[in-house]
Ligand binder design. Structure first.
Ligand code: ZN
Length: 176
């Protein structure tokens, strides 16, 4: 699920934060980051070891640690801190949209022990095959694409809009 994360994360942060200075580019990076980290590790490279596609980056402790590191290493009000916080927000929303509480051993790692439970069909080929067959996956992707198209038509379709967004990561936020 890619557009489910990109689109619905955009929707959630626009309505929850309504911060016109928020750098959406980094939120979008964060919205995919847990899968970018865990899927190659757990379902491609070392599936024989982990047998699970949701590992450390799907644990609540990951964005909490990232936030702590960002607060320790960056200065208030700097673009680097804003970017780091945007990534953390994207990661948090990713966990929410994955419904990670359904895999508490990953979500609350390492409270239930340092090992992750084995998940049947967690190798990449099976994950992709199951995803393609799942109507929920397609519904999620359609919802995500739909919202991105809505934002693009509303705020990014005039000449120069997209280039400005690529430079600043900013999009007008909904007003109440
Ligand atoms: Zn995920």
């Amino acid at each position: 699920m890619i557009f489910w994360h990109l689109g619905v994360t955009t929707l959630i942060v626009r309505y929850v934060f309504r911060d016109p200075a928020m750098d959406l580019r980094w939120v979008l990076v964060g919205s995919l980051l847990p899968d970018i980290i865990d899927k190659p590790i757990g379902s491609m490279l070392w599936n024989d070891t982990f047998h699970n596609h949701r590992l450390y980056a799907h644990a609540l402790v990951a964005p909490v640690l990232l936030l702590a590191v960002a607060m320790a290493l960056t200065r208030r009000g700097t673009p680097v801190r804003r970017a780091a916080i945007a990534v953390v927000i994207g990661c948090f929303v990713h966990l929410l949209l994955d419904g990670v509480w359904t895999s508490p051993e990953a979500f609350l790692w390492p409270l239930f022990g340092v090992d992750f439970p084995r998940v049947a069909g967690s190798d990449f080929a099976t994950l992709v095959r199951d995803a393609i067959r799942s109507p929920f996956m397609w519904a999620g992707e359609v919802i995500g694409v739909g919202y991105l198209v809505f934002v693009w038509r509303r705020h990014l379709s005039a000449p120069g809009d997209l280039a400005r967004f690529m430079r600043s990561g900013r999009v007008p936020m909904p007003t109440r």
